[in-house]
Design a protein around this ligand. Structure first.
Ligand SMILES: Nc1ncnc2c1ncn2[C@@H]1O[C@H](COP(=O)(O)OP(=O)(O)O)[C@@H](O)[C@H]1O
Ligand SMILES: [Mg+2]
Length: 315
């Protein structure tokens, strides 16, 4: 383990397919042990390509990526021994039971037989599938298969689990169950997770830190809260006001309110960034100046903003 406890490090990681498509463009990223990191971005942003390079399944065009100090390109087996990977489409032997599928995975990963038996029961319990262990996988719903997929990666006791689009195609209730399972595993077993998703609203529920990908580039990265702050001009809240007129004195007066962090004017629209809800203070000043206010909104959810900026094409 590297001393700074980074489990994933990407440096200037670049992938160009067929000398034409730049799928990943000079990516620099560090993920710490114990984190649940969300790699977010619309379809085609380059998320899966990063994951494939991380697993050593495809080679970077330039730059590097590694797991726990092992270079993914040069030491893929080392990386695979500590990394569990759940691809977008989980494949199982449909005519075998849940248990038999996991036993097969255990065997492939050279988990000793007795240990495997215990561990399979343990991981099936974690994903609430113990009762179904003898059932054939073909009788499972998509959500159950996804849960079995989690159990499958846990059989080899990974330090890191990479989950590509974990909630894709699941209804919100089932998606939330999957996310809860991930959260529990992180808390109880200290497993590091990297989740890729184009569904920001789901993944932000469990990822304290996210990276936002757009066209192969990391266009935003940080704690969910901080990301919002950056987009909100430094404050936790953003108040939007529309007025019949916007004299300079009014702007100066609003600027004088303590706790106003930033103010910007766009025609008849004012945007005030602040850390507390200053709507009352601002309203008073506007009333005193006898100016008609046509609208006042407060936004404190960074999510909507991030959506509009990067995920709009998904709507
Ligand atoms: N094997 C491939 N050959 C050529 N182009 C690819 C290949 N895989 C992905 N791409 C292209 O690379 C870009 C990023 O794709 P991908 O990593 O799958 O994005 P995401 O997982 O974010 O949807 C897209 O433009 C995609 O069409
Ligand atoms: Mg993908």
């Amino acid at each position: 383990m590297s001393e700074n406890n980074n489990i994933i490090v990407a440096e200037e990681l670049t992938k160009i397919y067929n000398e034409t498509t730049t799928a990943v463009d000079h990516l620099n990223l560090e993920i710490k042990e114990g984190e649940i990191f969300g790699l977010l971005g619309p379809n085609g942003a380059g998320k899966s390509t990063i994951i494939l390079m991380l697993l050593g399944l495809t080679e970077p065009t330039s730059g590097s990526i590694g797991v726990a100090g092992f270079d993914s390109t040069r030491e893929p087996l080392k990386v695979k021994s500590i990394t569990g990977y759940l691809p977008e489409k989980v494949g199982f032997y449909e005519d075998m039971s849940a248990y038999a599928n996991l036993a097969y995975t255990a065997e492939l990963n050279r988990v000793p037989y007795r240990e495997a038996q215990e561990r399979i029961d343990e991981v099936l319990d974690m994903v609430n599938l113990v009762e179904k262990k003898k059932h054939l996988v073909k009788t499972f719903s998509k959500g159950m298969k996804q849960r079995l997929g989690i159990a499958d990666v846990l059989v080899k006791s990974p330090k890191l689990v990479i989950f590509d689009e974990p909630t894709e195609g699941l209804d919100p209730k089932v998606a939330n169950q999957i996310l809860q399972t991930i959260l529990d595993l992180n808390r109880e077993k200290g497993i590091t997770f990297m989740l890729s998703s184009h569904q920001l609203n789901l993944v932000q529920k469990i990822c304290a830190r996210v990276g936002i990908m757009s066209m192969g580039k990391l266009v935003g990265e940080g704690q969910m809260d901080d990301l919002g702050r950056n987009l909100f001009g430094g404050g936790k809240y953003r108040i939007e006001i529309e007025l019949a007129k916007v004299p300079d004195e009014l702007i100066a007066d609003i600027k004088k309110i303590p706790k106003v962090l930033d103010i910007s004017v766009d025609g008849l629209k004012l945007t005030v960034s602040c850390d507390t809800d200053l709507r009352e203070d601002i309203s008073k000043i506007i009333a005193r100046a006898a100016i008609i206010m046509t609208r006042m909104d407060i936004k404190q959810d960074a999510l909507e903003e991030i959506y509009l900026r990067y995920f709009k094409e998904e709507e």
